[in-house]
Design a protein around this ligand. Structure first.
Ligand code: GRF
Length: 221
């Protein structure tokens, strides 16, 4: 198999999606390895997870920099220095400038806990419940300068149950996120999919009409 893609993961907190990527990358046939984990917040759980897995970590605290550009210059230097080829936002809570986004264009993924383009932004699950939606989900997409925008790599649908609280719904969606992100990163890192225009092409076809994951998780349906 060809060399694994070197992945940088940007986090700001808990790092459960980072953990899902760490676990997936342990598999010998996984096409990506995590070269560096960067947090913009010190002492977060995600950093402990990375250290526990023996991964290189760096804190680049945005509060230490006078401008977004200065923060991003250090971020970029750390990523480039670690030979990072693909970047994954995993609960990374900073807005990025157009220039940073352009320099990682089509090499940069984000996960958002809704079926984009619905419910972009913060407080997603509260707004899903307020809207009375019966199906929600999560999306992995290539990053663009506009928040929660960009070509969609993969989505998973998750039911909203009657009487759901925000926490209950968030927990159900998070379980799907932990399957979806490794799946999407595999598709991108292996070169099975790529961006053409503003769309991701090369998707494996979903088997059956009721696939929950699109594209499907191998062997699930
Ligand atoms: C996830 O729900 C992710 O979709 C959103 O922020 C949350 C991060 O959780 N962008 P974790 O830090 O990965 O546990």
């Amino acid at each position: 198999m060809s060399a694994k893609k070197r992945v940088g993961v940007l986090i700001s907190g808990r790092g459960s999606n980072l953990q899902a990527l760490i676990d997936a990358a342990r598999s010998p046939d996984y096409p990506a390895e995590i070269a560096l984990v960067i947090s913009n917040v010190p002492d977060v759980q995600g950093l402990a997870r990375a250290e526990q897995a023996g991964l290189a970590t760096t804190v680049v605290n945005h509060r230490d920099f006078p401008t977004r550009q200065a923060f991003e210059a250090v971020l970029d230097e750390a990523l480039t220095g670690a030979g990072v080829e693909l970047l994954c936002n995993a609960g990374f809570m900073r807005l990025l400038t157009e220039s940073f986004v352009a320099s990682w264009l089509n090499r940069h993924l984000n996960i958002h806990p809704s079926l984009l383009p619905a419910f972009k932004g913060l407080h997603t699950h509260t707004r899903v419940l307020e809207a009375g939606a019966t199906i929600t989900g999560c999306t992995v997409h290539f990053v663009r300068a506009a928040v929660d925008n960009g070509p969609i790599v993969a989505q998973a649908a998750v039911p909203v149950h009657p009487g759901d609280t925000e926490d209950a719904l968030a927990a159900r969606v998070l379980q799907a996120e932990h399957k979806l992100y490794p799946h999407a990163l595999r598709l991108v890192a292996s070169g099975q999919v790529h961006v053409e225009g503003e769309y991701v092409v090369g998707m494996p076809q979903a088997e059956g009409e009721t696939a929950l994951f699109s594209p499907p998780l191998p062997g699930t349906f």
